[in-house]
Design a protein around this ligand. Structure first.
Ligand code: NAD
Ligand code: UDP
Length: 348
């Protein structure tokens, strides 16, 4: 098995997953444990939950450090590899405290890169398709520099992630102090699947939860804007391959599913799959909402031998089952407050 430990000096080290209690992070932690790694999850529980880590609670190779990445990482954490997934990903979540979002992206990435420099560890940064902003080139290739409003409500995330990429490549060039870091940057496009929070606010979770509750499906604007939706298992495979590939690709790598859907098409698919009385209801389009988004994944194919294998039609049913399971759980436990969906999966 090609693990991250091949290049380490000691065998007592571990993989650190910052943001490991979130949707993608907790799925990644489980995958790494299944692969035989020792995993340290570092998370401030802003959008992550201890419930997401329930399957790992008794796992001796797993540990949780509750900490904000805006604070320096304890030097005593011996690591071979760091995945930086720490940052709320949903627009309502990251806009709720925009200064903290920016600091998470910039100070958090800086602290983790410093930690990698000190320990000789590899680093994978969870960047985002948002670095392309409201793109003028379509589909988006990694050599496109993007079209981002630097002062709008999305800027704390978009510009934070762009600045984090800048830090990554300066550390890679050895300009961060403490030696060059072996950095890899994934530009993640919209990813969905089981373990998203019902109150997350992103489109897939919103539409499914609304359909399950017989509520109107909220479509912002005309619904003609597009997104490309990647199933969580495909994304985790891409991230793991990016960490393990040798040598590192010399620039960022798009990870996402090239299938492109309008938001109305997604709503129609959800209405087809869920028994519901819901209908769509249009609401105002948020400021700076990107109109089109589709990844060109040819770099990922070339460097990682990776391409997503789960079409939206195959990924939606297990995602709907996950949310339906939460609703059933809520109905079964009459003591749980109905509005407190987060309590069902152990929000700290
Ligand atoms: P999520 O909100 O479920 O997970 C983010 C995790 O980071 C949570 O556990 C949260 O508590 C933690 N966190 C946030 N700020 C922190 C801080 N300052 N210190 C420590 N922990 C902190 O989001 P997700 O969908 O799992 O996304 C994970 C990563 O992938 C994020 O960095 C996000 O920007 C990136 N990404 C995700 C998507 C997607 O569609 N899911 C798309 C593009 C990029
Ligand atoms: N969206 C929507 N209804 C919702 C939530 C989102 O129409 O209840 C739209 C949103 O305006 C955007 C798209 O769906 O055009 C994807 O939004 P999401 O927040 O999931 O991700 P992002 O905008 O960051 O890609």
């Amino acid at each position: 098995m090609n693990t991250f430990r091949q290049h380490s000096k000691t065998r007592s080290r571990a993989v650190l997953v910052a943001g490991g209690a979130g949707f993608l992070g907790s799925t990644l932690c489980e995958r790494l444990i299944a692969d035989g790694e020792r995993v340290i999850c570092l998370d401030n529980m802003q959008t992550g939950t201890t419930g997401n880590l329930a399957a790992l609670a008794r796992e001796p190779r797993f540990s949780l450090v509750e900490q904000d990445v805006c604070d320096p990482v304890p030097r005593s954490l011996e690591v071979d590899a760091v995945f930086n997934l720490a940052c709320a990903a949903s627009p309502p979540r990251y806009q709720a405290d925009p200064v903290h979002t920016m600091m998470t992206c910039v100070m958090g990435t800086h602290h983790l890169l410093d930690h990698c420099a000190a320990h000789g560890a590899r680093f994978v940064q969870a960047s985002t398709s948002e670095v392309y902003g409201d793109p003028r080139e379509h589909p988006q290739r990694e050599d496109y520099w993007g079209h981002v409003n630097p002062i709008g409500p999305r800027a704390c995330y978009d510009e934070g992630k762009r600045a984090a990429e800048t830090l990554c490549f300066d550390y890679r060039r050895g300009k961060g102090g403490g030696g060059a870091v072996d950095v890899r940057v994934a530009r993640i496009f919209n990813t969905y699947g089981p373990r998203m929070r019902p109150d997350d606010g992103r489109i897939v979770s919103n539409l499914i939860c609304q359909a399950l509750a017989d509520q109107p499906l909220t479509i912002y604007g005309t619904g003609e804007q597009t997104r490309s939706f990647c199933y969580v298992d495909d994304m985790i495979e891409g991230l793991v391959r990016l960490m393990r590939v040798d040598p590192a690709p010399d620039g960022p790598v798009n990870l996402g599913n090239p299938g492109e859907f309008t938001i109305l098409e997604l709503a129609e698919m959800v209405l087809d799959l869920v028994e519901t009385t819901s209908r769509v209801a249009h609401e105002p389009l948020p400021t700076d909402d990107p109109q089109r988004r589709r990844p060109d994944v040819s770099r990922a194919e070339t460097h990682l031998g990776w391409r997503p294998t789960t079409p939206l039609s195959a990924g939606l049913p297990p995602t709907i089952d996950w949310f339906a399971g939460l609703v059933q759980h809520r109905r079964a436990d009459r003591r749980a407050p109905v509005a407190e969906a987060s309590a069902l999966h152990g929000v700290a």
